[in-house]
Design a protein around this ligand. Structure first.
Ligand SMILES: [Zn+2]
Length: 446
């Protein structure tokens, strides 16, 4: 296999924790509602810096620390050879430099269409048969040294979701799975037990990936000693697609075959069966930047046998145009290759204290969505909420965010109980039904 050949040369040690924990948190990012879409804004845009100095992808822990891994692992200047980007490499001052890059006109800054729609891959909106709540968890950044608290938390989560009648759709980072299997056999078995428990409690596991890895060792195929250079001409967060196609020059479809193999062996090890319909979420919401990229991405997913895609995004990463997902009611549509887009429309920090700004803004965002809440306006749709499991272990916020600082199992359990009780509260008010991907049904589905 193409990727295996590449790996035979050198297998540098990969220690993402050092990278993640050593990074700074220069940007306080937050979400606002704009045209009903999730909008990410840089609270201090002028503070954008050369990514080698600090990483704007470590914002406020809104997204998992694992999203950073690939970006941190970049090697050379990363000038794409097999692909050409639609613009010349840009100067390093990202925010100002991207100002002209938004689609023409100020109204375009308020665009709510995903790249899938913009590039013409959407094939018509799909109306769900019921008002559903699809709770998705990105299960990533679990490290051998932290697998014990992670496992304890996963078991508690299983118990709590059993009690609450919750069904979670979990995107598990395959690179983390493979590395754990190689580096910590006992830890891997412990995690598999917890995963089986979650599965029995009604959760389902789907593949997730941020970067190229050796399918037998989980190691990244990069020389750690190589100097880090900023990725300057890429409009997305440089993660899955960037790493596979631009950095490692692999065919996306063939990389997907490797992913499926890793996913299948994970399912076998865990003793759980493959969900009837597969869902996939690209690490870093990175499905490529050009029309050709997106076509290859969708082709790869179709080759994997995926039914539901869930990483729709738009705009330019690091600018005000950047958006993840689509508004509730507009986030489900048919895609090329018989795929169905089920884009996120909500983010929740499962580790946030009830009185925290993160928590308050989450509830405020939900409250402001009349179509979800208000009986006369209630409409059918799928509220897709994104949760990151590793948030349970982080403490503080903004610049003071300390990743994996919370090691007290009892306190983590409390966070889980508190979060799930708030989910119950929202469910009661909204009348939404908790469903998994495989339970989604649409009016026009074959
Ligand atoms: Zn991820």
């Amino acid at each position: 296999m193409q990727s295996e050949r590449r790996f035979s040369q050198s297998r540098p040690r990969f220690d993402p924790d050092g990278l993640i924990l050593g990074s700074t948190l220069p940007h306080l990012m937050f979400f606002t509602l704009e045209d009903g879409a999730l909008t990410r804004r840089l609270a201090r845009p002028s503070a954008c810096r050369d990514p080698t100095q600090g990483d704007l992808r470590t914002e406020a822990g809104r997204e998992s620390s694992s999203e950073l891994v690939c970006e941190h692992r970049r090697g050379e200047g990363d000038v794409p050879r097999s692909r050409t980007l639609d613009a010349q490499p840009r100067p390093r001052l990202p925010h100002q430099a991207y100002a002209n890059e938004r689609p023409e006109g100020s109204s375009a800054m308020r665009q709510t269409t995903t790249d899938f729609e913009r590039f013409g891959f959407a094939r018509g909106r799909l109306t769900p048969q019921q008002r559903s709540w699809l709770l998705t968890i990105d299960f990533e950044a679990f490290r051998p040294h932290a697998v014990a608290p992670w496992t304890t938390a996963a078991r508690h989560w299983a118990e709590a979701s059993r009690l609450g009648g919750w069904k979670f759709s979990i995107f598990i980072a395959l690179e983390d799975v493979v590395r754990l299997r190689v580096e910590d056999d006992d830890g891997y078995r412990m995690l598999l037990d917890a995963i089986r428990d979650l599965n029995e409690a009604g959760a389902r596991f789907y593949p997730h990936n941020h970067c190229v890895f050796d399918p037998t060792t989980g190691q990244r195929p990069q020389d750690r000693a190589s100097p880090r250079a900023p990725v300057t001409a890429y409009r997305k967060r440089p993660s899955l697609f960037y790493d596979v196609v631009y950095r490692h020059k692999l065919e996306f479809r063939s990389w997907c075959e490797t992913l499926v193999e890793s996913y299948e062996s994970f399912l076998t090890d865990a003793g759980i069966s493959r969900p009837e319909k597969l869902a996939f979420r690209a690490g870093g919401w990175d499905h490529g930047v050009t029309r050709e990229d997106v076509a290859d991405y969708l082709d790869g997913l179709a080759g994997m046998g995926v039914t539901f895609e869930s990483s729709g995004s738009s705009g330019v990463f690091g600018t005000r145009s950047w958006r993840i997902g689509a508004p509730f009611g507009e986030n489900t549509f048919r895609l090329d290759r018989s795929l169905i887009e089920v884009a996120p429309c909500d983010f929740a920090d499962c580790g946030a204290p009830v009185a925290s700004p993160q928590f308050a803004s989450w509830i405020a965002r939900l409250l402001f969505r009349a179509p979800i809440w208000m009986p006369p306006l209630r409409r059918r749709g799928v509220l897709v909420t994104v949760i990151h499991f590793d948030h349970l272990f982080h403490e503080g916020k903004g610049d003071a965010r300390r990743l994996f600082a919370l090691r007290d199992d009892a306190e983590v359990a409390q966070r889980i109980d508190r979060f799930l009780s708030w989910l119950s509260y929202v469910r009661r008010l909204s009348g939404l039904t908790s469903v998994r991907f495989d339970e989604l049904a649409f009016d026009e589905m074959p």
